[in-house]
Design a protein around this ligand. Structure first.
Ligand code: ADP
Ligand code: MG
Length: 803
């Protein structure tokens, strides 16, 4: 039988029980406290946490889990407690199917102690945002039942940051790969050591080294061309000292010796540890350099052509000089400094020229790209030049960029062209005068024969009539009219240069002096006549009567040009022209001349009048006052004597006629004497040959009247026949020069054979070069000019017979 406990024992037991209860209570409190702490710690974490048992059932969840679960589903979060989380994962929709299965497998492995822990990142995107989570599974069961903690942490922020970083790196890599240059980071450490922490992949191609070698700074410096190394170092130092951007061009030499030009640009920045870091790019400028070189070469070529070109070249924009070459300066007389920046107006001769050049060539440029014009420039010294200008715009679509102009001095060419025009005009004028002359000469010749007949028969009639016969006065009138007509005819013949002349070597001063009295009478009392003889005057060889004609005509014209009082001066002088002078003055002929000048203070003439004054019948004078033959005669005479005329005249300023006659060097001959009375025959026999019947009859009658035995023939053939049958002597042959069959001279030669002593007198009012020129006349052939007077013929016959 069990012993009954004692009181003390009971007491003791009670005490122990009380103590145990107390201890229990104490432990329970501590446990509760620990539990509470654990719970609130769990709740304070942002990760969603749950604790599972060995079957995968949820034992506990924390606050954020509950919140998250509530967020996901409307079911009571506490319902999760007690559900099998692993099974839930297997069918989860929040995770991707694979992801959830993988996570479930991970939990199982941890529960089974196959692995100590498991973690996994997974996306859990909601319709409104992208989210990532990291799920972590840990086991904590040293003793007691297996417990597994599952924590889900939101890692969206980290994920997004990582993504952004990755994207930016990718972008950077693609940029640095595709950039046509090298991106680099170049560092100088505090201790002076150089490093290249970063260099883009493109450097491999650039520098021809593998990427690893490219981080070695000293190796890279080895590649720099030795000539560029020093410049490179000093520029780096300069950049480091001033902390200004580094910019340098240099060459690198590849392994095969190929050279490349690189341009480095970078900006320095301090490193926290005291060094300097340059971030920058290297560009391959080899081709650029090449192009620059080519450009420089072609530029210098262009410049030398520009400067050395033998034509003026310049560039203008908006009519302002941008540049000009040496020749342009030479052409204008201005220096480059004087022109550049100035308006182009300064080189043009007039506003009109300036305006024209500013419009016409530009119109051409718009039409076909380039322009051309002739213009006149005024040089700095005031002289004017003719210029041919060409225009080509530098940029056709924008003329403001400048227009290149070339300029050629064409002054000489222009002058030559003008000279040619002048010569052409002179030739035309000469041809016109020649044909008018031929016409006038022909008319005058026929007219002359008629006048001869009129004069001759009038004289004969007067001879036959008693001196006091009333018809005498009428005949005298006929004679005077016929003589006047003969004068006109002579002038026409003179103009036509078909006048028979008897040139003599003359002193012009003496001849003029002999005429002065007559000339004074001619010009009248109101007009002063000044005589200015030249000293040591050369002699001339011409018919003095022609000189009379010249002076008379010029003085009469001078008189007519002066209204009221005035002055006429006659001047003589020697004149010599060289071929140089003549090539510039087309009106003159080279050689030695004697000048006869007649100047008046009269009304003068305009150039249009001067151009016509030598034409026969040109007159500005009223009807019956002028014949228009005066100057035509002068012209003909001067031409016949190989001289020339020059006229200076201006309206209102008077006129000077300058006549140049060739100087003669042969000795002077004596003037022929005048016979006062009509000389009669000494019983000679004369043979007259003339194809014009009326003249033949007239001559026969005159000769018979003078007492000559006369034989007449109207052809040379008849004359020869008659002379053959003639019994006595024939002393004189008077023959026309131009006849059918043979000319007068040929006839004379034939008769000379039959009658060796026969003398010859040729008559003509008209002749050709074959018969009449100085040589023939001087050598002793005798001429009488038609129309002739009875006295003239009588005197001439005696002269010939007695020579
Ligand atoms: P004319 O005297 O019969 O008119 P010319 O042949 O002598 O014929 O002259 C032709 C023209 O030339 C004159 O009509 C006149 O107009 C002009 N002329 C000639 N000489 C002079 C002069 N000294 N001053 C002005 N005009 C002149
Ligand atoms: Mg006249």
């Amino acid at each position: 039988m069990p012993e009954k406990p004692t009181y003390e024992e009971l007491q003791q037991r009670i005490l122990e029980l009380e103590k145990a209860e107390f201890e229990y209570k104490q432990t329970e409190g501590a446990l509760n406290e620990a539990l509470h702490l654990a719970r609130s710690t769990m709740d304070s974490l942002s990760a969603h946490i749950c604790v599972l048992d060995e079957a995968g059932k949820i034992l506990v969840v924390n606050e954020s889990w509950r919140k998250f679960a509530r967020f996901n589903s409307s079911t009571d979060p506490s319902a999760y407690v007690g559900t099998n989380y692993v099974m839930l994962c297997d069918t989860a929709t929040g995770l991707s199917t694979e992801g959830a299965k993988e996570f479930a497998a991970g939990i199982r492995a941890v529960i089974k102690s196959e692995r100590a822990e498991f973690s996994m990142e997974y996306p859990c995107h909601s319709p409104s945002e992208q989210r990532w989570f990291m799920g972590r599974v840990t086991r904590f069961a040293d003793k007691g039942p297996v417990r597994v903690v599952v924590a889900h942490e939101n890692i969206t922020e980290r994920k997004l940051a990582e993504e952004a970083l990755r994207k930016s790196e990718e972008r950077f890599r693609s940029i640095s790969k595709s950039i046509p240059g090298v991106i680099y980071q170049f560092v100088r450490r505090d201790n002076g050591v150089y490093e290249i922490p970063f260099v883009s992949e493109s450097a491999v191609r650039f520098l021809g080294r593998p990427l690893e070698e490219l981080h070695n700074a000293s190796q890279l410096f080895d590649d720099v061309h030795p000539d560029d190394l020093e410049g490179m170092w000093s520029s780096i130092e300069e950049s480091a000292r001033t902390m200004t951007p580094w910019l340098q061009e240099f060459r690198v030499v590849g392994k095969k010796g190929t050279q490349r030009w690189l341009r480095g640009v970078s900006s320095p920045g301090p490193l926290p540890d005291g060094g300097i870091c340059w971030n920058g790019v290297l560009l391959d400028i080899t081709e650029l350099k090449q192009a620059e070189d080519n450009l420089r070469r072609s530029e210098s070529l262009l410049r030398s052509i520009f400067q050395a070109a033998p034509i003026g070249i310049g560039v203008v924009s908006n009519r302002v000089f941008l540049t000009v070459n040496d020749m342009f300066c030479e052409m204008t007389g201005y220096s480059r400094e004087e022109m550049i920046g100035q308006r182009t107006r300064m080189i043009y001769n007039s506003d009109a020229d300036f305006e024209f050049v500013g419009t016409e060539p530009y119109r051409q440029i718009h039409e076909h790209g380039t322009g051309m014009t002739e213009t006149r420039w005024q040089r700095k010294d005031g002289s004017v030049i003719d210029v041919l200008m060409n225009f080509a715009p530098i940029n056709t679509s924008n003329l403001d960029e400048g227009v290149a102009i070339t300029a050629l001095d064409i002054t000489e060419r222009k002058k030559a062209e003008e000279g040619k025009d002048k010569l052409q005009a002179q030739l035309l004028q000469a041809q016109k005068m020649e044909s008018v002359g031929r016409l006038a000469g022909g008319v005058a010749h026929d007219f002359n024969n008629m006048l001869n007949v009129i004069l001759g028969y009038t004289e004969l009639s007067m001879e036959k009539l008693a001196p006091l016969d009333p018809v005498q006065a009428d005949l005298k009138e006929i004679l005077s009219a016929a003589r006047h007509s003969a004068d006109i005819t002579r002038q026409l013949l003179a103009f036509a240069r078909k006048q028979i002349i008897a040139p003599k070597v003359l002193d012009l001063n003496n001849t003029v002096e002999d005429m002065l009295k007559m000339l004074r009478r001619l010009i009248g009392e109101d007009i002063d006549l000044a005589w200015l003889p030249g000293k040591n005057l050369g002699r001339i060889n011409m018919d003095p009567s022609q000189l009379d004609q010249i002076l008379a005509n010029l003085c009469v014209n001078a008189r007519d040009a002066i209204t009221g009082v005035g002055r006429v001066s006659i001047e003589t002088a020697n004149a010599t022209f060289g071929s140089d002078y003549c090539s510039d003055h087309s009106w003159c002929i080279p050689g030695d001349f004697v000048l006869l000048a007649v100047t008046d203070t009269g009304c003068g003439m305009d150039t249009k009048t001067v151009d016509q004054i030598f034409e026969p019948f040109f007159t500005t004078k009223e009807l019956n006052k002028g014949t228009g033959l005066g100057l035509a005669t002068v012209y003909g005479i001067v031409k016949q004597n190989d001289g020339f005329i020059h006229v200076y005249s201006e309206p209102g300023k008077g006129t000077t006629f300058k006549i140049y006659l060739p100087r003669d060097t042969s000795p002077v001959q004596n003037a022929e004497e005048n016979t006062p009375k009509i000389p009669f025959s000494h019983g000679e026999t004369v043979l007259v040959v003339e194809d014009e019947g009326s003249i033949l009859r007239l001559t026969e009658e005159i000769l018979k009247g003078l007492g000559y035995t006369t034989i007449t023939a109207n052809t040379p053939g008849k004359a020869i026949n008659l002379s053959k049958v003639h019994s006595g002597q024939i002393d004189l042959l008077i023959t026309d020069v131009i006849m059918p069959e043979m000319n007068g001279q040929q006839l004379a030669e034939q008769l000379m054979i039959l009658y060796p002593k026969i003398k010859c007198l040729f008559m003509s009012g008209y002749t050709t070069n074959v018969i009449v020129h100085r040589g023939l006349l001087n050598s002793g052939l005798n001429f009488i000019q038609k129309p002739y007077s009875r006295k003239g013929l009588a005197v001439k016959i005696r002269e010939v017979l007695e020579s």
